[in-house]
Design a protein around this ligand. Sequence first.
Ligand code: BDP
Length: 336
Amino acid sequence: MQTNKRLKMTSHVKAAAMIGMLLSVSISAAVQADSWRGWNVHPPSYPNGKALESFAKEVAEKTDGRVEPKVYHNAVLGDQPDAIEQVRSGALDFANFNMGPMGPIVPATNVLSLPFIFKSPEDMYRIMDGEIGDRFADALAKKNLIALSWFGSGARSLYNTDHPVKTPDDVEGLKFRVMNNDLYVQMIDEMGGNATPMAYSEVYQSLKTGVIDGAENNYPSYESSGHYEVAKYYSLTEHLILPECLCVAKASWEELSDEDQQAVRQAAEEAAKKQRQLWEESVQKSRQKVLDADVKINEVDDKSAFQAKMQPIYDEFIQEHPDLESLVTDIQAAQK
Ligand code: BDP
């Protein structure tokens, strides 16, 4: 039988054991499933929520119930930076994390946050599924995060409560919420605006009360968070195409037998496939929903005008992290 370091004895089992000892009857210890707790920032209806649910189901099936994962949606277990720490320490067993807020913990992942580094979500998938993706997984593993597969999150664009952004000049004077990463503060700064890092859960209220004028995200998040209700101008800057991981805590991973690791990895790969399939459909649905709610969507006049503003970020980044230059150039070379 599969042995598991986390054997949990319930009070019933303990009582039974005592009775067994008293009666000098040998009883075999009952093995309870290893209950895994998983974090998700999104609602269960979001593609990532659905993919995590199917991951949980597959893991339970493929391990014959030795691992029983449960997903906690809507960030009820904490905001993303906090949840990353919880998975790193093993307090949580798995999660779907965006690579944006991962930067302060795993510097290599900041390469993925360089604006416009990926030309399209398809390029991002192809590159992350190959040898370059493995280099990011290695960097994550050094920080106790086992990345088993990569989810997509489309392209992020700017939105605000005041006016359409068509050129970098239109960004001036606007204050945007960004994810927890100084690179994004610099990104908005270079575009000509102001930025403040803030938890995702606080953005809606902050837009409503005018603490910020805007934020940036993909269509499904812009819609499911309700931000579109208050920030009606969505401008297609498409400045970030960020991968997300399905990550397992190193502590939880190492408790698994080889066979169960194999099963969990397979379930994670299937979950990523499902998430990517659901993604496109979700983009279209969200786009339609926000249009029906009178959101004004606009193309920017010239994307390369925004892109040109990002050069100092690349220059500084490579100067500060010479060891990461090859990752940047390899990603660029893979898209030529
Ligand atoms: C969404 C990501 C999620 C982030 C959120 C944000 O999927 O992980 O927490 O953006 O902006 O697109 O914080």
